[in-house]
Each structure stands twice: as structure tokens, then as C-alpha cells.
Design a protein around this ligand. Structure first.
Ligand SMILES: NC(=O)c1ccc[n+]([C@@H]2O[C@H](COP(=O)([O-])OP(=O)(O)OC[C@H]3O[C@@H](n4cnc5c(N)ncnc54)[C@H](O)[C@@H]3O)[C@@H](O)[C@H]2O)c1
Length: 435
């Protein structure tokens, strides 16, 4: 039984940069009938229900009670005080003509001062930050922000999606194991607690679902996961699956399905936005690299297919190149082998737009997290792996990276919530492609 919506949904984003402002401007433009929410499954995707002969293929948003775009209020934090109009202009993702038409709506959204410490994102310098120096006090200040935002905007429900920068690489340690240890660490300013973890802590403590769009450790620790699970909280992460990794998780399952071998996969990109600048620092790139590298191994399972994949050489590079701005260019060179080991090559040159691909993911994550909370779910929302480069999973489980398996899981979870039969493509329905 899913609780019906009865009021506004607040979407709170730490980090009002390129992705967040592209989402906000996009939703407002769609509401005003100026554009279409392309790339958002929650708005444009259909889902097959029942048997083939029933011919039922509703829009997802007509099958489950998602929050309506008109009932969304946006808020967030940043270490720069720019309002969303100014931040969107700086991000240079959307054209000025569109932004001018919705300028008053965007100007009205101003960030709250951030929880920020420079040692976690060395390329950033901002003054608009909370004055407290103790991490527990910072968490309490965030909880106060959340309470106030909810009240001021008359929201019935909230979700939080981390759209802030990638932080330096941090490994899970003792301080992350239990809520007691984490709280002790917050009080003692433990260096293994970065700002994104303080936001995640504040969110789960307030019962606000938290999704992590960056590769940061953030909510991917037992302390937060267990607390969420036991208290009806929800988390999902990590790292929006947008350009090159999206392509990888589309292509690799296809090559594997045809039992073609892969000897090497070299991926490099150039991008010139602030995200690229942050990732230009080796400590921050390391966090991203770990997230990007895990994908192929899980899909190809070299231990089960040693002849085809045991020699796979996988390399990922990100290069900061300001002239390209947000228009990332991703190159892939894939060395594959066919019949009798004959070599072939595939080249991809994806002229993508980072934030254009990421914005609908933030929207879907927010709407589906809110739906899942109303459906009584809790803990890690693995069914949202579809949107994530390095899906967060429970202890002892491996993440599923194959985009098509992820889509099945997402669709079946939605069918389950709506009380519809699950579809597993066995039996009579085997030959029917899903809509
Ligand atoms: N754009 C994509 O395709 C894509 C894909 C996957 C992941 N991501 C991740 O999404 C995040 C946002 O990307 P973006 O392109 O919008 O970057 P961006 O640099 O334009 O925006 C990030 C914003 O976060 C702010 N910020 C940093 N630390 C903060 C903190 N502690 N509290 C509040 N604000 C903080 C920065 O000031 C900046 O305005 C990054 O972590 C990026 O790695 C983006």
C-alpha cells in the first residue's frame, strides 16, 4: 500500500552547481510548458504490465503515485552565495534565452551556507560556509536548516540528493561501523568524516531519504545504512551514471551476450566544468576512478569466462580542459576479439553534455526515493542502481552494473509496489520484449 501524496515535496541538494541548476531550471521550464523532460523515466518512460495480450503499457507516472512536478520545491546548500539563476548562468549548460524566461523563479532559490572543509575538495575556495568548527555542531546546524526549510515551504515530505563536488578518497574505517562510533567521531572531528557524510547523517537522522550522486563514501557506511534500515530511512548511491559509464554498461552486456572477447578498454575524457577542475586533483580523481573501474569486471565476470576476458586491460582517464565546459567529450577504444581470436576495434566518440544527462537522473532518484518511502521501504534502495555508476549494496553482495538487468529490477520493483505481476521473461512471455 503506497501512501498517497498530500502536499509538497522538497528536493534538497547539497551543491547547487551545474547538475542541480540544470535540474531546477529544467523542472521549472517543463512546468511552464517550455520544454520536455527527456531522459527522465519517471516522466516519459512506459512500463509493460500483465500479459502481452493485455496490451497495457502505461506511463510509469500513471501507474504509481509519484509527486507531481508542480508540487516540488527546491532548496540546497553551496559554498558560493549565488542564487540559482546566477549559478546556472555560470555553469553555462542551458542557453540564456531559456534562463531569461524563468529568471524570477530561479533567482528566488538561494543556497543555505554549506558545511565545507577545504581539505576534502582542495580546488574549491568559498566563503559562504557555516561558522561552526565541530562536526556534530555542523550536523545539528544542517538539521535545523532542514526543519526550517520544511516549515517555511510548507512541505509534506523531503528528499536529499548530494549534487556537491567529489571529495578526496576515503576508505571505510572503524569510525564508520556503528552510529555510536560515527557520533563519537562527529564530536571529535574525526578526519574520516567528510562534509558529504555530515549531510547524509543529518538527512537520515531527520528521516529524509538521501541519495548520493557523487562517488564519495558519504552514506555508504554501515553506521548510516543500518540506522536507515532500522528507522525507516532510505539511502542510495553512488555516482550518477551519465556519459562514458552509461555507454559502457550498455555496450559491455551486448558484447558479452555474443561471447565476443575483450582485450582492452581505454576510456578518456576531456571536460572543462567545475567538476572537471575538482577532479583534476589526484586525490579527488582517485575517488572517481575507483567508481568508474568497477563496472566492467562485474559485467564480464572474467573468472567465469577466462578465455574471453581474463586479459582485459581497463584504463580510465579524466582530463580537465576548460574550453569544452560542460560539453564533455568521451573517447573509448575497445579492443575486441572474434572467431578464432581475430582482433577488431570499436571506437566511440561521445559528444555528450554532462549535466543534461545527469539532471533527469536527479529528478528520478528524488521522485522514486520519495515513492519508496511512502511504500514503506527502507535501507539501501538497490533497485535504483540503474541510475548509478557504483551502486551501493548490502554487505557481502556485489553490485549489478548491467543496465538491462538494472532496468528489469527497477521495473519489477515498481510493478511490485503497484500490486502488479512481476515479469521475468520466462514461460510464454519469453519472446516478448518489454515495452
Ligand atoms: N554531471 C555529470 O554528468 C555527473 C555524473 C556523475 C557524477 N556527477 C557528480 O555530481 C556532482 C555535481 O556535479 P556538477 O557538474 O554539478 O559539479 P559542480 O562543480 O558544477 O557543482 C558542485 C557544487 O557543489 C558545491 N559544493 C562542493 N562541496 C560542497 C559542500 N560540502 N556543501 C555544499 N556545496 C558544495 C560546489 O561549490 C559546486 O557549486 C559531482 O560530485 C560530480 O562528480 C556528475
Amino acid at each position: 500500500m503506497i501512501k498517497e501524496t498530500n502536499g509538497k515535496l522538497g528536493i534538497l541538494m547539497p551543491g547547487l552547481g551545474a547538475v542541480a541548476t540544470t535540474l531546477i531550471a529544467g523542472v521549472i521550464a517543463v512546468r511552464k510548458g517550455l520544454s520536455q523532460p527527456i531522459g527522465s523515466l519517471s516522466q516519459m518512460g512506459t512500463i509493460r504490465l500483465g500479459k502481452r495480450t493485455e496490451n497495457r503499457n502505461p506511463l510509469i507516472k500513471d501507474m504509481v503515485p509519484l509527486a507531481d512536478l508542480n508540487d516540488i520545491v527546491f532548496g540546497g546548500w553551496d559554498l558560493y552565495p549565488d542564487n540559482v539563476y546566477e549559478a546556472a548562468v555560470n555553469a553555462k549548460v542551458l542557453d540564456r534565452y531559456l534562463l531569461e524566461q524563468i529568471k524570477p523563479d530561479l533567482e528566488a532559490i538561494k543556497p543555505m551556507p554549506a558545511v565545507f572543509q577545504k581539505e576534502y575538495a582542495k580546488r574549491l575556495t568559498g566563503e559562504y560556509i557555516k561558522p561552526q568548527t565541530n562536526k556534530m555542531e555542523l550536523a545539528e546546524a544542517l538539521m535545523e536548516d532542514i526543519r526550517k526549510f520544511k516549515e517555511d515551504n510548507d512541505c509534506e515530505r523531503l528528499v536529499m540528493v548530494w549534487c556537491g563536488s567529489t571529495e578526496v578518497y576515503i576508505e571505510e574505517g572503524a569510525v564508520h561501523q556503528t552510529m555510536e562510533a560515527l557520533e563519537e567521531g562527529l564530536r571529535n572531528n574525526d578526519p574520516a568524516i567528510p562534509p558529504s557524510m555530515i549531510y547524509a547523517y543529518a538527512a537520515v537522522k531527520m528521516g529524509v531519504p538521501y541519495a548520493n550522486g557523487s562517488p564519495n563514501l558519504s552514506c555508504d557506511i554501515p553506521a548510516i545504512v543500518d540506522y536507515a534500515k532500522e528507522n525507516g530511512g532510505l539511502v542510495a548511491g553512488k555516482d550518477f551514471k551519465t556519459g562514458q559509464t552509461l555507454m559502457k554498461t550498455i555496450l559491455a552486456p551486448g558484447l558479452k551476450a555474443r561471447a565476443l572477447g575483450i582485450k582492452g578498454w581505454f576510456s578518456t575524457n576531456i571536460l572543462g566544468n567545475r567538476d572537471g577542475e575538482v577532479l583534476d586533483h589526484p586525490d579527488n580523481f582517485k575517488t572517481k576512478e575507483v567508481s568508474k573501474l568497477s563496472v566492467l569486471e562485474q559485467i564480464l565476470e572474467p573468472e567465469k569466462n577466462p578465455v574471453l576476458y581474463k586479459d582485459l586491460y581497463h584504463k580510465v582517464r579524466i582530463n580537465y580542459y576548460p574550453p569544452h565546459g560542460d560539453n564533455k567529450e568521451g573517447w573509448d577504444n575497445i579492443d575486441i576479439t572474434g572467431w578464432l581470436g581475430y582482433p577488431m576495434q570499436i571506437k566511440i566518440d561521445f559528444l555528450c553534455r554532462d549535466s543534461i544527462l545527469a539532471a533527469p537522473i536527479v529528478l528520478d532518484l528524488a521522485l522514486f526515493m520519495d515513492l519508496a518511502q511512502r511504500a514503506g521501504m527502507s535501507g539501501i534502495q538497490e533497485w535504483l542502481s540503474f541510475y548509478l555508476k557504483s551502486p551501493q549494496v548490502g554487505k557481502g553482495l556485489y553490485p549489478q552494473h548491467d543496465l538491462f538487468k538494472q532496468k528489469e529490477k527497477l521495473h519489477n520493483t515498481l510493478r511490485h509496489m503497484a500490486g502488479e505481476d512481476l515479469i521475468n521473461h520466462l514461460g510464454l512471455d519469453y519472446y516478448q520484449d518489454e515495452a
